[in-house]
Write a protein that binds this ligand. Structure first.
Ligand SMILES: *[C@@H]1O[C@H](CO)[C@@H](O)[C@H](O)[C@H]1NC(C)=O
Ligand SMILES: *[C@@H]1O[C@H](CO)[C@@H](O)[C@H](O)[C@H]1NC(C)=O
Ligand SMILES: *[C@@H]1O[C@H](CO)[C@@H](O)[C@H](O)[C@H]1NC(C)=O
Ligand SMILES: *[C@@H]1O[C@H](CO)[C@@H](O)[C@H](O)[C@H]1NC(C)=O
Ligand SMILES: *[C@@H]1O[C@H](CO)[C@@H](O)[C@H](O)[C@H]1NC(C)=O
Ligand SMILES: *[C@@H]1O[C@H](CO)[C@@H](O)[C@H](O)[C@H]1NC(C)=O
Ligand SMILES: *[C@@H]1O[C@H](CO)[C@@H](O)[C@H](O)[C@H]1NC(C)=O
Ligand SMILES: *[C@@H]1O[C@H](CO)[C@@H](O)[C@H](O)[C@H]1NC(C)=O
Ligand SMILES: *[C@@H]1O[C@H](CO)[C@@H](O)[C@H](O)[C@H]1NC(C)=O
Length: 564
């Protein structure tokens, strides 16, 4: 088995060697001659060569082009001795690009940046079927981008940046399925940003900044405007709102700047036939850009958004408009890392499909709106690094689906609830709030006491307790009063009675009642003594009494008293 494999390898090597050796020398010379002619023609159109870089080109017929400045030749097979790369970077060459470059058949790499090449890009470039990399940036090329470039099916890199190119990007370039890097910034290109860009699945760098593109005339039927993971710079085209068929608007990780055009709101609300809106916009991501301006209501008019709205890591400012409640179908909102201020509008409670709400790293303030309780599907709530204050609403502990809650680095205060998600320390983050207390012991917060009470609600509780204590004191006092009173009454009734009808009254009371037996109170004088009128309190009532003062020195007076 091993022997068989080895001999197969040998045979293969032999075959390759044979092919190279057997190639007729005359043909090889002729092919090399083609390169020589084409390159000499290229040189002929260079009018100025300040560093004499091209001096080595051509003079001596016995020197192969492979030895000329800037050349790389192939080493194997058909490419052996043929020019595969031409690199004349940064030589300040002045001239125009000869169409003869199209005859350097095996060219894979054409590297001519930072010269002063004028004229147009020769359409003959399209004959270079092996071409993978063409860099013509920082020259003075004019005219259009030749559509024939789309014949170079192996192209991976095209940089035409910083020239004077005009016209539209040829639609045929949609066929360049290998393209990874397309740089056209700094030209005078017009027309629309071509929709085929969305089809170039290998494209990772697209720079179309500083041109004169418009999006206004993009196909109304375009369904995905995928500009994501690129390096597109410049403003978001104003006409974006005309893309009424858009289902996906993906602009993440670019260098878009400025504000989101107001026309965006038209994606939902414009006067557009419903047939054109068969696929309403479902998701909108513009995260990791440099978008700024107010987070305006237009952004929230697209009520069709059902998937997500990702705006994190931009420079949006202003406060969240109440129209955020229009997003009834949205599942995921992420505005983290912006400069959004103000309070969260109560209308957030209308986003009934919301599962993720991430507002981390803004300047939001006020309290967590009570309407959040209505978001029954909420799973993740990240409010960390904001200016939220007041107490943590109890209802968060009752939200069944909530699996991550981040309230860290705010100004929350008061007692941390002790149920639901608050029982799981790995699901809740509350560090960096200095007014919190209580919660489960794993949170290692101080116990809630009067010393930790600062917020209004705690003051309220303190006042309530004080009132309760005062009320109790009054109750106790009243009770004591009544109790004492009853006791004294009972004490009175407990006194030895002469019989059940007569109260025992102290002499002092009688002195008081009769005003010290004043003569004006003397009603009459009898045989055994005198009778006085008096006023006395009995069971809380003023009662008029008669007081008979017996003269015990008088005989029969004592019997009279007993009889009375
Ligand atoms: C041409 O190049 C060959 C090989 O480098 C050299 O021997 C010869 O002298 C050169 N001829 C001229 C005219 O420079
Ligand atoms: C390219 O080479 C062919 C012959 O192979 C020739 O006829 C043609 O003129 C050349 N084109 C240029 C632009 O030099
Ligand atoms: C394309 O450009 C990148 C970065 O400049 C480079 O690394 C890569 O080798 C180029 N591809 C080709 C085929 O030259
Ligand atoms: C581009 O063209 C304009 C006029 O068409 C000219 O003024 C400008 O200098 C050109 N820029 C370059 C870099 O050649
Ligand atoms: C865009 O459409 C308008 C109106 O249909 C037209 O006037 C304008 O020329 C178009 N622009 C481009 C670049 O095609
Ligand atoms: C994009 O690709 C799809 C499917 O391959 C094709 O039908 C469509 O015509 C392409 N669009 C453009 C603008 O090239
Ligand atoms: C956030 O709170 C801090 C501390 O109270 C305050 O200095 C800052 O001005 C607040 N920022 C905003 C945007 O309200
Ligand atoms: C909470 O937010 C802080 C700050 O943004 C972060 O460091 C931490 O990892 C988050 N914790 C959880 C549990 O999400
Ligand atoms: C606690 O929260 C973590 C993180 O969300 C989760 O993975 C874990 O299952 C939770 N534990 C319990 C007991 O719910």
């Amino acid at each position: 088995m091993a022997d068989k494999g080895n001999s197969f390898l040998l045979m293969l090597l032999f075959l390759v060697t044979t092919v190279s050796i057997d190639q007729p020398t005359s043909t090889a010379d002729a092919d090399t001659h083609t390169d020589r002619l084409a390159l000499m023609s290229f040189k002929s159109l260079i009018r100025r060569d300040p560093s004499s870089a091209l001096a080595s080109w051509g003079g001596n017929q016995s020197v192969s082009p492979c030895q000329w400045h800037g050349m790389t030749c192939g080493a194997w097979g058909r490419r052996r001795g043929r020019v595969v790369a031409l690199d004349l970077s940064n030589l300040d060459l002045l001239g125009t690009m000869s169409p003869s470059i199209g005859n350097v058949t095996y060219l894979r790499r054409l590297q001519l940046p930072m010269n002063r090449l004028g004229g147009t890009i020769p359409s003959e470039l399209g004959r270079l079927l092996q071409l993978r990399h063409v860099n013509l940036c920082y020259n003075a090329l004019k005219g259009g981008i030749p559509a024939s470039l789309s014949d170079c099916k192996q192209l991976e890199n095209i940089s035409l940046a910083i020239n004077n190119l005009s016209g539209a990007i040829p639609a045929a370039m949609g066929a360049l399925s290998e393209i990874k890097n397309l740089q056209m910034r700094g030209n005078q290109l017009t027309g629309s940003i071509p929709s085929f860009l969305g089809n170039l699945s290998s494209l990772t760098i697209l720079n179309l900044g500083t041109n004169r593109f418009e999006v206004a005339n993009l196909s109304r039927n375009m369904e995905a405007f995928h500009m994501g993971n690129n390096m597109i710079s410049g403003r978001v085209p104003e006409g974006i709102g005309n893309l009424v068929s858009l289902s996906f608007l993906l602009m993440r990780i670019n260098s878009f700047e400025g504000s989101i055009p107001a026309s965006l709101g038209r994606l939902q609300s414009g006067p557009v036939p419903s047939t054109l809106r068969s696929c309403p916009l479902e998701l909108f991501e513009a995260q990791h850009n440099m978008l700024d301006g107010l987070i305006t209501k237009e952004l929230f008019l697209i009520s069709s958004l059902s998937n997500f709205m990702y705006f994190q890591n931009n420079l949006f400012s202003g406060s969240l408009p109440s129209q955020i409640g229009n997003l009834k179908n949205i599942a995921d909102i992420d505005f983290s890392g912006n400069k959004i201020s103000g309070e969260i509008p109560a209308s957030i409670g209308n986003c009934q499909s919301l599962q993720y709400l991430k507002l981390e790293g803004n300047f939001l303030q006020g309290m967590i709106p009570a309407s959040i309780e209505q978001l029954k599907g909420l799973e993740v709530l990240d409010f960390s690094h904001n200016n939220f204050s007041r107490d943590i609403p109890q209802f968060l502990g009752n939200m069944k689906g909530l699996s991550r809650l981040n309230l860290s680095f705010n100004y929350f205060e008061g007692e941390v609830p002790k149920d639901g998600i608050f029982l799981n320390v790995s699901a809740v983050a509350i560090q960096g709030n200095h007014g919190l207390c209580g919660g489960i012991s794993e949170l290692k917060l101080p116990l809630c006491s009067k010393h930790t009470t600062k917020s209004g609600s705690w003051k309220l509780i303190t006042i309530t307790i004080s009132c309760a204590v005062l009320f109790l004191t009054i109750l106790l006092a009243l009770y004591a009063f009544w109790h004492n009173r009853n006791k004294s009454q009972r004490a009175k009734t407990d006194l030895p009675l002469i019989n059940n009808l007569h109260l025992r009254v102290a002499y002092v009371e009688l002195v008081h009642a009769t005003n010290d037996f004043a003569s004006e109170n003397l009603i009459g004088v009898g045989s055994f003594g005198s009778v006085y009128k008096g006023n006395i309190m009995i069971d809380g009532q003023q009662v008029v009494i008669a007081v008979k003062v017996l003269n015990l020195h008088q005989r029969g007076a004592f019997q009279s008293f007993v009889a009375e």
